[in-house]
Design a binder for this molecule. Structure first.
Ligand SMILES: [Zn+2]
Length: 238
């Protein structure tokens, strides 16, 4: 099984620039009572989970840090309302991104390495080509002078693990209270073939959610349809 990491295509002439944010988020954790860390996760984003009908949604508007007790309260209150199976960590964000767009965008656009946006037509072409796992949420964009591009952010499932061969022999376990993991990204990293998904063709690595990965089927379809704005770097799978 092959896997590819998505990267922004360099030197393509696309000048697109987004200044956007998700409208809701869980606060970061302030001073974990066990490990002492103040932290928030990056890459756990759920654009298709719109909290506007959630009665307490205003408590999730402001980006901030909170002590463990208040963070736990906000997390559990939200967990009762959202679909089951959604991983909630400090800093997880929700809802369709909003903000401004300017410049020229390719079919794909990565405003940062952990956020995958694409034009609606490209998403529909890929779905028609049999690519799975494309759950897109339309972003609320404004643009000066011209109509804003119709870009969607993909909500990506978390799948896959590192192969043990790329991990250090002695690993510090994550904090038992807050779950913070201080391990570094293995360089280079290897993926465990048995852990890779068969139901979706683009996903976040469960062990490292800022990494967006694609299957051979996704790469083949993108190349056949001549979709631009993204390149693929093959990752070793064992
Ligand atoms: Zn901790």
């Amino acid at each position: 099984m092959n896997a590819y990491e998505l990267e922004t295509a360099a030197a393509t002439g696309f000048t697109g620039e987004l200044k956007v944010r998700h409208p809701w988020r869980l606060p970061g954790l302030e001073n974990c009572e066990r490990c002492g860390a103040t932290w928030a996760t990056t890459g756990l984003q759920y654009p298709c989970i719109d909290l506007s009908a959630f009665p307490q949604h205003t408590s999730y508007r402001e980006a901030r840090i909170e002590p463990q007790g208040e963070l736990d309260r906000l997390t559990e209150q939200l967990r009762d309302w959202i679909p089951s199976g959604i991983l909630l960590r400090p800093g997880a964000s929700f809802g369709p991104m909003e903000g401004t767009a300017r410049g020229v965008f390719g079919h794909f656009h990565l405003p940062n390495p952990w956020t995958l946006c694409m034009h609606r037509e490209a998403l529909e072409q890929l779905q028609a080509a049999g690519v799975h796992g494309l759950q897109g949420c339309r972003m609320n964009l404004r643009s000066r002078g011209t109509p804003p591009p119709e870009l969607l952010e993909l909500q990506l499932e978390r799948h896959g693990h590192f192969h043990p061969d790329c991990l250090p022999a002695a690993q510090q376990p994550p904090c038992a209270r807050c779950g913070r993991d201080t391990a570094a990204l293995p360089d280079p990293y290897l993926l465990d073939a048995a852990s890779l998904p068969t139901t979706v063709d683009v996903f976040r690595l469960a062990d490292w959610p800022t990494l967006i990965l694609a299957t051979q089927r996704f790469v083949d379809a993108v190349q056949r349809l001549e979709l631009d704005g993204v390149t693929f770097r093959q990752v070793e799978v064992r």
